[in-house]
Design a protein around this ligand. Structure first.
Ligand code: UTP
Length: 286
């Protein structure tokens, strides 16, 4: 039961980032010089995943173009002798194998995953929400695959957040079963009262194919959307679900503040931008 496929739901409207996301998909906003979604695709590849299924929607063609070959651009770069840039462009289209499917209406994350059923074909699979950027020594998904291989159940990525922020996340109630590993006893989407813990679900999942049956009987929740958390609550009645508290720094780049922090952090890591950005930040009179 090796995991080969990864689903990237990318059909949301990205309302938190308007007006930037009116005509540009949120996933194509740039972190230093690469679109957000490419970081997650590179994480998938570095974790050994081979096939990426992107769920797109209206106005998302830039994502397909980005991962496609760009014949004209490649010719131009060759003619101008820009070998380094040419290599970087070619690398993008050669990353992994891509398939696309379209969610006709944004009926929720659960619905977006549900429509990949025929492409997944009865095997466990990974899910990446591309606006969660995780900077980690060992790719976060690779850490989760280690948990899956040991416990053989669905795995949710979790991270401790301040209690004051639990209302913004899906939160688990868990029992520790190993270093950074919890057996999930219950999960609550955006808890209003006291949250069951401070372990928040982050945008990486490993799901068993039984999630599709659960999604099929999940009632639409707020705004008519089918929530993945509701389907997981159905699944947990018949299968164990685990949570992996991954090691790494996570940025919510689908939100303005998280996006800006990620840009600064990544610019300070990259050798070509590090010194100048450091000088600039030091010179700011805050
Ligand atoms: P979000 O909750 O972040 O929604 O979706 P969003 O539309 O992208 O952004 P905001 O909150 O309005 O700013 C979580 C993930 O699920 C996908 C999104 O593309 C994102 O990756 N999604 C959401 C879908 O693919 N389809 C949907 O119907 C809803």
């Amino acid at each position: 039961m090796r995991i080969r496929k990864a689903v990237f739901p990318a059909a949301g409207f990205g309302t938190r980032f308007l007006p930037a996301t009116k005509a540009i998909p949120k996933e194509m906003l740039t972190l230093v010089d690469k679109p957000l979604i490419q970081y997650a695709v590179e994480e998938a590849k570095a974790s050994g995943l081979e096939e990426i299924i992107i769920v797109t929607g209206m106005g998302k063609t830039a994502i397909e173009d980005h991962f496609d070959t760009s014949f004209e651009l490649e010719i131009l770069l060759k003619e101008r002798g820009k070998a380094e840039l040419l290599k970087r462009i070619e690398e993008v289209s050669e990353l992994v194998h891509f398939a696309y499917t379209r969610q006709k209406k944004p009926l929720g994350l659960g619905h977006a995953i549900g429509i990949t059923r025929n492409l997944i074909n009865n095997e466990p699979f990974a899910v990446f929400l591309g606006d969660d950027i995780i900077d980690a020594k060992v790719p976060a998904m690779k850490q989760m695959l280690g948990v899956f291989n040991k416990y053989r159940g669905s795995v949710l990525a979790v991270q401790k957040v301040p209690r004051s922020q639990t209302h913004m996340y899906g939160v688990i109630k868990g029992k520790k079963v190993g270093e950074g590993v919890y057996k999930v006893l219950d999960l609550v989407e955006k808890p209003k009262g006291k949250a069951p813990s401070n372990l928040a679900i982050i945008g990486r999942y490993i799901l068993t194919p039984e999630i599709f049956q659960a999604l099929g009987v999940t009632e639409p929740g707020k705004g008519g959307e089918i929530q993945l958390t509701d389907a997981l609550r159905i699944l947990i009645k018949t299968q164990d679900i685990y949570a992996c508290e991954f090691e790494g720094v996570r940025y919510d780049a689908g939100d303005r503040i998280g996006f800006l922090k990620a840009n600064i952090a990544f610019a300070l890591k990259r050798p070509e931008t590090r010194d100048e950005i450091r000088r600039f930040l030091k010179g700011l009179r805050l």
